[in-house]
Design a protein around this ligand. Structure first.
Ligand code: SIN
Length: 478
């Protein structure tokens, strides 16, 4: 697999006079220079996707599955290179990057298989002279805007079902991590994905102009976005307001992780670390705040702080590193500001609480005690390696704190009481609830949120539906 640094439109590698730097967040070195494309090239990509659509949509699901399986096999064959690329441009430790590459590939495998089961229905008739059926058809040309925190998996979680359903797609990857997207384009080309079916438009300066084309073009019938709630709201309104597109939005989270007194404390500490410190806390489903029952608060916080203080921080390429850099200077400044505000309002850093000596964009893994509901670290997504601890006394109070947010993506809790497990899972206002486990993401589950965390589901059988129209057909007159 070559390091690709040109955009990919209509099966052609596209260069441009204006290019932008892709920076390694661990070292601030320039890794590559990538075309800074705009609205005109995006319109070209949409037109190419529209031309490619009929031939792709009319292939059988099995024919598409053969090509998608070849794409998946190439991803697996190149898994180590993909992992290195993810680490290089996104900063994620290598072992975690490998995990992401496997996770990303799994969506292509899953949807290749699942498309063969895109069943319609026969509906019992209401009139003797009619017969009713539904059939499933591809939505049409799709557009996707993906984030930097999962440079590969957030692409395949959208492109996998889109292509499997018979749609073509135009992808705008983030300016921080476009190289993984271009590597996927190379593998798609080698797998036999036809020209125009998978297009990658790279940009740094023209994000809004490209977003406008993708949201407003009448040729695009479905738009999928993963990113912040503010941006998602604007893009979603533009899609519906202009051309009433189908929209999937996977937006911000503010995940609570509740540790009840009846939990296995060691398992809860392990789960909290896995959930909170994954990708240095830069994951929409990372536990944002940890709610701990009063009677075990001191024991839990001590064990957590001890374990967190031992996490190895450094360049993700180095052996054994568990916490890499944050993506950019803005991310570091935001985390510093939120921690300073919390400490100023009475929180105490049990470990960390400052930048890390490993480099300009590293933040020390942090545990904050004495956090209150009013603090920003409880109310807003931190997106950094900071675990705020909030004390609660009763189950009702824990649920009230957990649900007191406009977000509803993921929630976690630790308890060994089976009745409580069922009860709390039902009462948490979150699209995904994980019990006694800090990590749950995989290709077979419906991933998505409630409230302002988004619309629609990705992965699972639900993920394919997002790219299919249900058409009703009436056979009349017999
Ligand atoms: C995300 O942060 O949006 C994705 C996390 C995951 O798929 O586990």
């Amino acid at each position: 697999m070559n390091l690709r640094s040109d955009a990919y439109i209509d099966g052609q590698w596209r260069t441009a006079a204006h290019r932008f730097d892709v920076i390694n967040p661990a070292t601030q070195d320039v890794i590559a220079r990538v075309p800074d494309l705009g609205a005109a090239e995006t319109e070209e990509a949409v037109a190419a996707a529209d031309r490619a659509l009929p031939a792709w949509a009319t292939k059988t699901a099995k024919e598409r599955a053969v090509i998608l399986r070849a794409w998946y096999d190439l991803m697996i064959a190149e898994i180590d290179r993909l992992a290195r690329l993810i680490t290089l441009e996104g900063g994620k430790p290598l072992a975690e990057a490998r995990g992401e590459a496997l996770y990303g590939a799994s969506f292509v495998e899953w949807f290749a298989e699942e498309a063969k089961r895109a069943y319609g229905r026969t509906i019992p008739t209401t009139t003797a002279t009619r017969r009713y059926v539904t059939i499933k058809q591809p939505v049409g040309v799709c557009a996707a805007i993906t984030p930097w925190n999962f440079p590969m998996a957030m692409i395949t979680r959208k492109a996998g079902p889109a292509l499997a359903a018979g749609c073509s797609i135009v992808l705008k990857p983030p300016s921080q991590t476009p190289l993984t997207a271009l590597a996927l384009a190379e593998l798609a080309e080698r797998a036999g994905v036809p020209a125009g079916v998978f297009n990658v438009v790279t940009t740094h300066s023209h994000t809004s102009a490209i977003g406008k084309v993708l949201c407003e073009s009448p040729l695009v019938r479905k738009f999928s976005f993963t990113g912040s709630t503010d941006v998602g709201k604007r893009l979603g309104s533009a899609c519906v307001g202009s051309t009433v597109k189908r929209v999937s939005l996977e937006l911000g989270g503010n995940a609570p992780l509740i540790v009840f007194a009846d939990a296995d404390i060691d398992k809860a500490v392990k789960g909290a670390i896995a959930s909170k410190f994954r990708n240095a806390g830069q994951t929409c489903v990372c536990a944002n705040r940890i709610l701990v029952e009063d009677s075990i608060y001191d024991a839990f916080s001590k064990k957590l702080a001890d374990a967190v203080s031992k996490l190895k921080v450094g360049d993700g390429k180095a052996e054994g590193v568990e916490i890499g850099p944050l993506i950019d200077a803005h991310a570091i400044a935001k985390v510093e500001q939120m921690v300073a505000e919390a400490i100023g309002a009475g929180a105490v850093a049990l470990t960390g609480g400052k930048k890390h000596a490993a480099g300009a964009q590293f933040y020390a893994p942090t545990v904050l005690a004495n956090v209150t509901r009013e603090m920003r670290v409880n109310r807003e997504e931190i997106f950094g390696p900071v675990a705020p601890l909030i004390r609660f006394k009763t189950e009702d109070e824990a649920i009230a704190i957990a649900n007191d947010t406009e977000f509803g993506l993921a929630g976690y809790f630790f308890s060994q009481d089976v009745n409580r497990c069922w009860r709390v899972a039902e009462r948490l206002d979150y699209g995904m609830v994980s019990i006694n486990d800090g990590i749950f993401s995989n290709e077979v589950i419906p991933f998505g949120g409630m409230k302002e965390s988004g619309l629609g589901r990705e992965g699972g059988v639900e993920g394919l539906e997002e790219y299919l129209e249900t058409k009703f057909v009436n056979f009349g007159g017999f």
